[in-house]
Design a protein around this ligand. Structure first.
Ligand code: C2O
Ligand code: CU
Length: 471
């Protein structure tokens, strides 16, 4: 699937106008510290156009009727209080992606809580320990609920303000699959073709649900751009060097001193985030382009106002207090990824039975971790609180994957036998190429049952998901 602006434009005459409109800050809800009041997030169906104001109405599922859902902002260390109210026709939950969270609040149905039934509600109540760029999304039938719009941002501000609101922009990037009628293509949700290949890719790339929005930046001032890839399966490719941006943070965690990207382009896998620092010069208007289709596709424009010179100041985000893995005394757990199209399918067990023939189509299970599709009864591993874990993931498939650990940030320590020195980078999601082996390490400093899965949502649904336990 490639992005084709002309296709999208024809759905609405007005989109030219709305596309050129300058975006105000996204909807934002401030959570007051020590407030006993819950923010209400109502998950409900709603009809909205994705292709300009007068475009055909899509059947979306949104939080509070907004796409993206309301931006929740708290300060580091504050409590987040959210009441999820389910007005959908099916169960749902919310997962707080990247938050080192109390396990009972992690939002995984069947593992950390019961799914919230239609008409019911659930109170999420947790501390946000790290400042950074996070997001929340449905974690039930995620491949369908997220594709319909059930996600929003959770921004945890630093204790001392570094960028004020005017210099802090959140860009939620999604790729929607739009049908010939200009509406969200629902008929193709769950298509085996997507599940067994690259996942569901869209043909309409939006930023904060807008088609190529424009932002005004003042010359000579430092801005933080928070990019969040909420697409089901699309890996975005951008080149921050093309607009002189530096990296401030990955996956919500500061890297300390801002750095220039060394190898361009940068891949932003599903669920990954990157915070960029830009200090534009007068006259240097720029666009951010998506490069994965081989053709540069501008998805956000920036107009630079004035010609003020910048006085270089040291902008740096404080580091989170995450324990350093003790590699020498670590326990290593190998995980073999298998299955998918264009491979001879080895043995895959699902719910205790070996799949054969039509079973794959009937169950929708086509991928496996250590030979097992979907959540096994027994955990992938069980460790004691405080132990260092190394997960050695071997991707024996023909596809790239975006592997996510719930509840922990980790260091990537090795790729295909080569040691990696990324001692300033914490991740909650990493990309692994076909045939690659990647080792990640983290301290299991939080009790509970935690998921490890591919964040290409169709892959997770089709088997690429497991869990581990910290006791
Ligand atoms: Cu953002 Cu289990 O995922
Ligand atoms: Cu995958």
């Amino acid at each position: 699937m490639v992005f084709n602006r002309r296709e999208i434009l024809k759905y609405s005459a007005k989109i030219g106008a709305s596309g050129a409109a300058f975006l105000a800050a996204p909807f934002s809800l401030k959570v007051a510290f020590a407030s006993s009041n819950y923010i209400e997030l109502v998950a409900a169906p709603i009809k909205q156009s994705l292709v300009g104001e007068d475009g055909p109405l899509s059947d979306l599922w949104l939080y509070n009727g907004q796409t993206p859902g309301p931006e929740i902002r708290v300060k580091k260390g504050e409590r987040v209080l959210v009441r999820l109210i389910n007005q959908l026709e099916e169960p749902t939950t919310i997962h707080w992606h990247g938050i080192r969270i109390d396990n009972a609040m992690d939002g995984v149905p069947g593992l950390t809580q019961e799914a919230v039934m239609p008409g019911e509600s659930f109170d999420y109540n947790f501390i946000a320990p790290d400042a950074g760029t996070f997001y929340y999304h449905s974690h039930n039938k995620t491949w369908s609920q997220v594709a319909r719009g059930l996600y929003g941002t959770l921004i945890v501000e630093e204790e001392n303000e570094i960028f004020d609101q005017k210099h802090d922009l959140t860009l939620v990037i999604d790729d929607w699959r739009i049908g010939k009628d200009g509406k969200l293509d629902l008929a193709s949700l769950g298509a085996m073709m997507d599940w067994s290949h690259e996942g569901r890719l869209g043909n309409l790339l939006t930023v904060n649900s807008q088609n190529e929005p424009s932002f005004k930046l003042n010359a000579g001032e430092a801005y933080r751009l928070r990019l969040i890839n909420v697409a089901n399966s699309r890996i975005l490719e951008i080149d921050p060097n093309s607009f002189n941006a530096k990296i401030l943070a990955y996956d919500g965690q500061s890297i300390g001193e801002p750095q220039i990207l060394q190898y361009s382009p940068m891949l932003i896998g599903p669920a990954q985030r990157v915070d960029l620092l830009v200090t534009p010069k007068g006259g240097a208007d720029f666009s951010i382009e998506e490069l994965s289709s081989g053709q540069a596709y501008s998805f956000a424009k920036f107009e630079i106002i004035g010609d003020k010179e910048s006085t270089p100041s040291l902008v740096q985000l404080p580091l989170s207090n995450i324990p350093e893995p003790d590699i020498k005394n670590a326990k290593t757990f190998p995980l073999e990824m298998s299955g998918g199209a264009m491979r001879r399918v080895g043995d895959i067990y699902y719910q205790g039975k070996k799949l054969k023939g039509d079973d794959f189509r009937n169950t929708g299970q086509v991928w496996a971790f250590n030979g097992v599709a979907n959540l096994p009864e027994k955990p992938f591993f069980s460790v004691k609180l405080g132990e260092t874990v190394i997960i050695e993931t071997n991707n024996d498939t023909n596809f790239i994957h975006a592997m996510h650990v719930h509840g922990f940030h980790f260091r990537v320590i090795e790729r295909s036998g080569v040691e990696i020195d990324e001692s300033n980078v914490w991740r909650d999601t990493f990309l692994i190429g076909a045939e690659q082996t990647v080792k990640i390490a983290f301290v299991a400093d939080n009790n509970g049952k935690w998921l490890y899965h591919c964040h290409m949502l169709e892959h997770a649904a089709a088997g690429m998901i497991t869990w581990f336990e910290v006791v």
